[in-house]
Write a protein that binds this ligand. Structure first.
Ligand code: ZN
Length: 488
């Protein structure tokens, strides 16, 4: 009894302080949630609603669309991309995964105190789409999370989908004799690790553990045109994810008939895109000759007029970009589109439409990462891969590079020859999603030579653009591209 009594005050103090900490933590968490949910307002509703509006005809991957959720909030920056289909079960599974990672990130942010520095946190979830020759899709998600210097986490996740049947499948369901196949997969995987130089740092017990013949070890896999690729379990704090490709000639006998792929000898004509390029180069000469046809006579007049460059980031998008193109056409205006390579891959026709309408193309990276914390190799890949697909799809090279979040440093500079394209008027359209506010940000910020930042993935931006353009026109501005401003 006595002891209890003596303990009580201490207990009280601990309890009280614990409660206070808890309240503070939850308040902060709530704040983060709020700011991130405003940041991702459309997207959280998109998270629930996308299922109904899959435009199969627009996507490069039939029946699949790509959703981009990007927050430029300096406290809670993230760029998340994920696929959706017309199948609820698949959509829910993907959204559940995204939600979990996002929740982790917000919780981690809340538990690590914020310093004053900018962009020391980041969440980036990207994915790649692979098609098996039989028409099924594999998606591999890569998520990177940074919380200042405290935490750096990588996560890999895969989903395999038969989109025609709306069924997700495990590897176990795609082999003939599960028990025997499991033993073979285990053996093949082990062999592959031993032959892979990049995996030499794996400890023996890790290899034993991760290649053990249990299905949990082979939970994450994709089917590409050439191979079954396994993503083995790994230590989340390490960068070295064991990725094991098993070519079809090694595993065909394990697979159900529909998944066997006959391996051809040497492929003779595997790069049709190269032929495309040559044909595009030749017709690229034609538009060159009639560049600025209307400008000539009034050149002096235009030079004295006020100029403004409208720029649109994070697209292309089948609905929003198309609507924006119509409004621009109404004003006979040219704008600049900073595209994400990942979205150009999904919507090549929309990217092409932008180019054909005479707008300037810009590069905005492949997955929208904060490049100031990326390796030089990653920086190079993000930019060059995006330039490549833009040129492949539209026949035009991007003129400039806009770094995600506007974040760049010398090492970003060194990885590209493209001019860096920043802005001076931020409409914050990603945050407020409000046509009225779009206009008032422009009204308050615009001056001669301004570059205005908008995003062609939000319907509210397409809604508000006409009023913005009417205002600018009434106030004597002419619409020019980013390069025309830059070259002044
Ligand atoms: Zn962006």
């Amino acid at each position: 009894m006595r002891r209890e009594k003596r303990k009580l005050p201490i207990f009280d103090i601990i309890l009280t302080s614990l409660t206070l900490i808890l309240i503070a933590a939850s308040a902060y968490l709530l704040y983060l949630y709020k700011s991130s949910s405003t940041a991702a307002h459309d997207d959280s509703s998109a998270l629930d609603q996308v299922t109904s509006t899959i435009d199969e005809t627009n996507s490069n991957f039939k029946g699949i669309k790509i959703i981009s959720e990007i927050s430029n909030d300096k406290n809670v920056p993230f760029a998340i991309q994920y696929p959706q289909s017309s199948h609820t079960e698949f959509n829910d599974k993907v959204k559940k995964y995204i939600k979990k990672i996002k929740h982790d990130y917000l919780t981690n942010l809340a538990t690590h105190k914020q310093k004053q520095s900018e962009f020391t946190n980041e969440l980036n979830i990207s994915f790649e789409t692979f098609a098996h020759p039989n028409g099924t899709y594999s998606f591999v998600f890569l998520s990177n999370q940074h919380i200042q210097d405290y935490l750096k986490e990588t996560d890999i996740y895969t989903v395999h989908l038969n989109n025609d049947k709306g069924k997700m499948l495990t590897l176990k369901e795609l082999v003939n004799n599960p028990e025997e196949s499991l033993q073979r997969l285990s053996k093949l995987t082990k062999q592959q690790i031993e032959n892979d130089e990049t995996l030499q740092s794996m400890r023996l017990e890790e290899i034993e553990q991760y290649t053990k013949p249990v299905w949990e070890n082979f939970e994450h896999f994709i089917f590409t045109e050439e191979a079954l690729v396994l993503y083995l379990p790994y230590d989340k704090n390490k960068n070295n994810i064991p990725i094991i490709p098993l070519s079809y000639d090694k595993i065909n006998d394990l697979l159900v008939d529909d998944y066997k792929v006959q391996v051809k000898e040497e492929s003779e004509n595997e790069t049709p895109s190269k032929d495309d390029n040559t044909s595009k180069e030749s017709d690229a000469n034609a538009p060159d000759s009639n560049e600025n046809p209307s400008n000539e006579s009034t050149k002096d007049e235009l030079d004295s007029a006020k100029k403004v460059a409208l720029t649109f980031d994070d697209g292309p998008d089948p609905e929003v970009t198309t609507r924006i193109l119509k409004t621009l056409e109404k004003y006979d205006a040219k704008a600049t589109f900073f595209m994400l390579g990942s979205r150009v891959e999904y919507y090549p026709e929309i990217a092409k439409m932008v180019e054909e309408a005479g707008h300037e193309l810009g590069n905005h990276s492949w997955t929208h990462p904060d490049l100031t914390r990326a390796s030089t190799e990653k920086i190079y890949n993000e930019i060059s891969r995006t330039s490549q697909i833009i040129e492949e799809v539209t026949g035009e090279k991007p003129y400039s590079f806009r770094p995600p979040y506007g974040a760049f440093n010398d090492s970003v500079r060194q990885q590209t020859d493209l001019p860096i394209a920043l802005w001076d008027v931020d409409t914050l359209d990603w945050k407020h999603r409000n046509p009225q506010q779009l206009l008032s940000h422009v009204q308050n910020g615009v001056k001669d030579g301004s570059v205005i930042l908008m995003h062609d993935i939000h319907a509210s931006t397409a809604d508000g653009l006409d009023a913005v353009m009417a205002y600018l026109q009434e106030n004597g501005y002419t619409f020019v591209t980013f390069s025309e401003i830059e070259q002044q």
